[in-house]
Design a protein around this ligand. Sequence first.
Ligand code: DGL
Length: 270
Amino acid sequence: MTAPETILVFDSGLGGLTVYSEVAAARPDANFVYVADDAAFPYGGFAEAALVERVVGLIGELIAAHRPDLIVIACNTASTIALPQLRKKFALPFVGTVPAIKPACAGSVTRRVSVLGTEATVAREYTRALIRDYAGDCRVTLAGSKALAGYAEAELHGAPVGDEALRAELLPCFRDDGARTDTVVLACTHYPLLLERLRKLASWPVNFLDPAPAIARRVVDLLGPASPPGDGRARNAGTTRAIFTSGRAPSAALARFGIRAGEPASTKTA
Ligand code: DGL
């Protein structure tokens, strides 16, 4: 029997679970390793060189330990700075998560798009280049948030912040200069965890763009579709290991994504 493929999904915390669930739905026959570098959360506060060093070092250890067939960097803050080095150093496919500026600007009717991300992501040259290359005549507002990824973690841990705190982070996205913002790019994988609340707190209805479905399609492009039942692979191989670099896997939060904690839960980087 052919061994099922192993897909490693990496983030600084719980946000990558929003990407994991889309990829796992597209490839239910694969084995998954979900890795949260929560010992270093939030990545938004890291200097660029330090973040590259940390991510490249950790990914090297994870490749040696788990031999994945593909790695999804389910983190904009890491992808927008570390992807080139990861691809240079390791000979396996990487799928990154970068702000969905191209589809947002292509689809905006009012030609007003906002990018909501960590302060680091919106400041990156990578993000600025996406705007130069793909915004066309769209006016793009960059809304960097220091707090929102932490609020998303709190939400998933069952300790949500109040509406006012959340609204304050969202407000800079809403631009009305004769035409109103109609699209908000969720440029941090943590933010879809707050989607229902963001919709309720929005100044007016907008399209919140979550990149997870596009990432899942990219994984399928690279690895191929799920194997049909009976082709010899273990269908629904179904194993998802959750690894938290702090050594503390949050079982209640993971259970909401169908992941059972209790699997081996630390790496030596902790
Ligand atoms: N989930 C990460 C992202 O997509 C960011 C959270 C953090 O600051 O660590 O950017």
